[in-house]
Design a protein around this ligand. Structure first.
Ligand code: G3I
Length: 369
């Protein structure tokens, strides 16, 4: 009897161990299957029916890397073929145009503006006031409030005057709000919240014909940050501050924000009679690092997502343009910034159109033709 019991115990133990092993293995492998870890890369060959700019009634823009524009023929040709609006991804930011106090460097930003002019594109200026990509002389600046104001005014007015008549729209102030109020950035600390109002007034003085935008991320979903931002902008508008529009950056993912949230946010903007731009569109497909390859399933879902969000943007008569933040997946800021592989844009790393590019064209044509 004793022997029999121990045999049964040993079988039960073995059974428990193999059950546990199975459960552990399944809990690792199943999510990988669900999220497509073992799926094969999608091989597609897309011939686009037309170009983005031809399909659209509003300017379709791209944020460009000036070095690639100068040196990479394939990159340059695609930009010329599909876009009628250009933004400098980096080279109009403070650290590039005023690297030392009152020493302005125009070579790279001028190249972009001239390139745009030569190819009948408009230019969206990005950006006059931001808390990032500042040169060290600004970060270490010591001065009174008046001196900080003068320094900011000099930067804004020198840059806006340099491009007077050549820049259609400016991001005057970028990313100045958080969920619960003003971002406590270097400008807020040294000048106070009025730096926003003053920046718009100074930019308008320098180039009265340019349309001036407030630009921010994570405002499309219409939650606390959007409400904080839009209430502050409404107050400035009531005071007569020359703000002409809102830039929704739209660094979004395949699942967030929900399309219903995007639609209701844009309805609020419509009710204010305020223009808006989709200023930095990209759609991350690998937010949780669950994929190693761009599969057919990811491609289909990216198509649908580009279609539904662009369709929402196009419903408004106040939309003044859509700009993708980068040309191809090889140019996107997302992989380096988030330390993951991703495929957020409409052209792949070989500068070939992705199926999402045709979906983008389809939705533009469905709305505008
Ligand atoms: O130019 C240097 C190069 O000399 C150096 O070798 C290299 C090594 O890292 O860095 C290069 O600078 C990088 C720069 O982009 C130019 O490529 C910086 O490290 C990098 O931090 C910088 O990132 C930019 C980022 O803004 C800065 O915050 C991204 O390209 C740019 O896409 C991104 O754009 C912002 C918008 O302006 C505002 N909205 C969010 C958006 C995405 O973050």
């Amino acid at each position: 009897m004793k022997i029999k019991f121990s045999k049964v115990r040993s079988i039960k133990k073995k059974y428990r161990i193999s059950c546990c092993t199975l459960i552990i293995a399944a809990s690792i492998i199943l999510p990988l299957i669900v999220f497509g870890y073992f799926e094969t890369p999608y091989s597609y060959d897309v011939e686009l029916s037309t170009t983005f700019k031809e399909a659209s009634a509003v300017p379709i823009g791209v944020a460009v890397n000036v070095n690639k524009l100068r040196e990479n023929e394939q990159y340059r040709d695609l930009v010329i073929e599909h876009f009628d609006s250009l933004t400098a991804e980096n080279h109009m930011k403070w650290m590039y145009v005023e690297p030392s106090e009152n020493q302005f460097y125009w070579n790279d930003s001028d190249y972009i503006v001239e390139f745009a002019g030569n190819h009948s594109m408009i230019v969206h200026g990005h950006c006059l006031v931001w808390h990032q990509q500042l040169p060290s002389w600004v970060e270490n600046y010591e001065g009174t409030t008046e001196e900080w104001e003068l320094m900011l005014k000099n930067h804004i007015q020198t840059v806006a005057s340099h491009y007077k008549g050549q820049i259609a729209t400016w991001d005057v102030v970028n990313e100045a709000f958080e969920n619960d109020g003003y971002r406590k950035n270097i400008w807020y600390e040294h000048i106070g919240p009025d730096y926003i109002k003053k920046a718009f007034i100074w930019a308008h003085e320098a180039d009265p014909d340019a349309k001036l935008y407030y630009n921010d991320f994570s405002i499309l979903k219409g939650d606390a940050k959007f409400t904080t931002m839009i209430e502050a902008i409404k107050e400035l508008l009531d005071e007569g501050v020359p703000i002409h529009g809102i830039g929704f950056q739209a660094h979004i993912t395949d699942t967030s924000p929900l399309i219903s949230n995007i639609e209701s946010t844009l309805n609020i903007i419509d009710d204010l009679n305020l223009s808006y731009r989709v200023s930095e569109l990209d759609i991350s497909m690998n937010q949780f690092k669950t994929h190693r390859e761009y599969t057919k399933r990811i491609s289909d879902s990216q198509c649908e997502r580009y279609y539904e969000v662009t369709n929402a943007f196009c419903q408004s008569p106040y939309l003044t343009g859509v700009t993708t933040w980068g040309l191809s997946d090889a140019d996107s800021w997302i992989p380096a910034f988030n330390d993951r592989i991703d495929w957020p844009l409409l052209f792949d790393s070989n500068y070939q159109p992705k199926p999402a590019a045709q979906c983008f064209i389809n939705v533009l044509e469905n709305n505008y033709s």
